[in-house]
Ligand binder design. Structure first.
Ligand SMILES: [Fe+2]
Length: 202
């Protein structure tokens, strides 16, 4: 996909999936997502956020293929991890949270988000999506592909608007407001800046 925004903004967006409840309210976000408990991991060049949304009601993109369509039926456990400048990985586990742990099917998806910078404010955005269920069902592949790309287009549109707003706003009118869930994203940006400064000196 063509993204009219910096690849760093894409990484920041992926590290704070709180935005699912707002930017993706009509696709794969749910209102409880932003309120769910989360943990952060901040290391040297590795930044992650783990969010557990339990119980929750899955949106159709996940509910239909897993069969977990009931209200409050599902657990949705998401790990977002910045692995390198060119790779962010989102791993998700779904299961029926009303079944005992020893007797519940588990459904996993894993998505690689791979940005390649084009300019300071534009990016080639590659996405690879995998799952461990309904492997031989092309209908599920088509359904998920179509639904997911509606959601990813929302990211592309939102990030382009963010880039435009930053470009058209005088620096003295800009200020940053961060909350606890932003910690991995802020640490990631500091890491990218430090690498950039180091390379500029060498
Ligand atoms: Fe998004």
């Amino acid at each position: 996909m063509g993204l009219q925004a910096s690849y760093v903004r894409l990484h920041e967006n992926l590290l704070d999936l709180t935005h699912l409840s707002f930017l993706h309210a009509k696709s794969f976000g749910t209102p409880d997502y932003a309120k769910a408990a989360f943990e952060t991991e901040i290391g040297d060049g590795k930044f992650a956020l783990l969010r557990q949304v339990v119980p929750t009601t899955l949106p159709p993109v996940w509910g239909v293929p897993t069969g977990l369509t009931g209200p409050g039926q599902a657990a949705r456990i998401v790990r977002s991890e910045f692995r390198s400048l060119g790779l962010h990985e989102v791993s998700v586990l779904f299961y029926d949270c009303h079944l005992p742990e020893t007797d519940r099917p588990q459904f996993r998806i894993r998505t690689a988000h791979m940005p390649t910078p084009e300019t300071a404010t534009s990016t080639h955005y590659f996405i690879v999506h995998g799952r461990d269920f309904a492997l031989n069902d092309p209908g599920t592949t088509r359904f998920m592909h179509d639904q997911l790309f509606v959601a990813f287009q929302e990211d592309v549109d939102g990030l382009a608007l963010q880039e435009q707003a930053l470009a058209s706003t005088p620096a003295e009118d800009l200020y940053e407001f961060s909350v606890a869930a932003d910690a991995p994203a802020v640490a990631m940006r500091r890491y990218v800046l430090a690498r950039q400064q180091k390379e500029a000196q060498s």
